[in-house]
Ligand binder design. Structure first.
Ligand SMILES: [Zn+2]
Ligand SMILES: [Zn+2]
Length: 421
């Protein structure tokens, strides 16, 4: 018990941390290029924020949140996603005062009490962006391109971008009604969840996994046919932008997001080789969310990327950069008297900017040489009684196999030249 992390969580061990840093660097790189600034919000928020910001009736809010009362009796929830918190931070800190379009990104842990499976953890990591304050379809396109460019910059090739428009509060009631008319005589064939959704949220019947293969699903009315003029023009605008830069996409009428504050653009990016877990990024426009959380009417669009899945894809394709943590200089002390001078030398090397290591256990010359080899150090510096008397060290170039006596004063210069040059 004490030596097991909670189910659905995972240590990221030193040999994998490099992968995460690599991914985070790529994220910061691409976000800088697109002008998105990093936002870090708290790990937990008031439960009410997520109830409003994600929506009652969703699996996340109804079944998956880590919610508890704190010592002050307030209901607190570990963030299951970051969009609601980003909007909260945007409002609380009046970020809208600085600019009409505010572009943010985040990287961090999210928490959902879900069934753990490959690529899906209870503590998982997301990278996402939110662009707040602008209606233009160019912003939707920018956000989509950022996601595509990011995944491509990692070397992922077989990406599939799906696109849809889910309408707006003006045209969606028509679509809801069209769906209800269509499904009414098919209710008995739908799963139990969908029977509930029929009244509450018929759009979500379309993305039900249990009913995905039903014959009649293909004939369900398409949202595109119910869009109002405004939504139609916006959707065409997004597609024009994507076409103008040669990004391929396909229209997917079943790509829906059921909540009222999701508006217009919805998109998803899949990476086919991942199979059942192939969705790596998803997002869209949410023009109604800022108002839902207590701000004034503010258009917004964003996406989130599951970092575990992206890492899984990179690992599968051998796209993770090779990393080795190696010392540059390994200090070997021979005999009791050499220990302190060697320790001082070690510190001097480090202060000079070199990656230096040393064995503290006082092993034999042979054992320490072996360690120096294992550390992949470029140089071994050997310090024994004789060397101390002469104020020199024995410097062994591990790459060339040469060794020479060298004055301590010259040692650092030689090492730096060898390592950095
Ligand atoms: Zn509309
Ligand atoms: Zn269903």
């Amino acid at each position: 018990m004490l030596t097991n992390a909670p189910r659905g969580t995972k240590d990221i061990l030193p040999d994998r941390v490099g992968d995460w840093i690599y991914l985070e660097e790529r994220i910061r790189d691409i976000c800088a290029r697109y002008g998105y600034l990093e936002l870090r919000t708290p790990i937990f928020e008031h439960t009410e924020l997520f109830r409003r910001g994600i929506g009652e009736g969703t699996d996340v809010v109804d079944k998956e949140m880590y919610t508890f009362l704190d010592k002050g009796g307030r209901s607190i929830t570990l963030r299951p996603e970051n969009t609601a918190a980003a909007v909260r931070a945007y409002l609380q800190n009046k970020l809208y005062a600085d600019s009409s379009l505010v572009k943010l990104f985040y990287i961090g842990s999210m928490f959902r009490h879900d069934r753990p499976q490959a690529g899906r953890m209870r503590e998982f990591h997301q990278f996402g962006v939110e662009a707040l304050g602008e209606m233009s379809p160019a912003v939707d396109a920018e956000v989509i391109l950022l996601a595509v460019d990011f995944l491509k910059s990692l070397g992922l090739q077989e990406l599939k971008l799906s696109l849809n428009s889910v309408g707006c509060p003006k045209c969606r009631p028509l679509y809801r009604k069209a769906l209800q008319d269509f499904f009414r005589d098919k209710l008995e064939h739908l799963c139990k969840d969908c029977k509930d959704r029929f009244e509450r949220n018929p759009l979500r019947i379309l993305d039900c996994k249990a009913d995905a293969d039903q014959d009649f699903m293909q004939e369900a009315p398409k949202v595109a046919d119910s869009l109002c003029d405004d939504c139609r023009a916006h959707f065409e605008g997004v597609q024009s932008c994507l076409k103008s830069v040669g990004v391929e996409y396909e229209l997917d009428a079943r790509l829906v997001r059921g909540l009222d504050y999701y508006t217009k653009t919805a998109f998803e990016i899949k990476y086919a080789p991942l199979g059942a877990q192939s969705a790596v990024a998803g997002g869209g426009r949410y023009d109604g969310l800022v108002e839902e959380i207590g701000g004034s009417e503010t258009p917004a669009v964003g996406f989130a990327v599951g970092m575990e899945r992206v890492l899984l894809a990179l690992e599968k394709q051998g796209l993770l950069p090779e990393r080795k943590a190696s010392a540059e200089v390994f200090v070997i002390a021979l005999g009791e008297e050499a220990k302190l001078p060697a320790f001082r030398l070690l510190e001097e090397l480090r202060r000079a900017g070199l990656v230096a290591a040393m064995d503290y256990a006082g092993r034999s010359m042979k054992a320490q040489m072996k360690q120096a080899n294992k550390s992949a150090a470029r140089f071994a510096v050997i310090l024994g009684e004789d060397e101390i008397k002469e104020s020199v060290v024995m410097l062994k170039d591990m790459e060339k196999g040469e060794q020479q006596k060298i004055a301590i004063d010259d040692l650092i210069k030689t090492c730096i030249a060898g390592v950095k040059g």
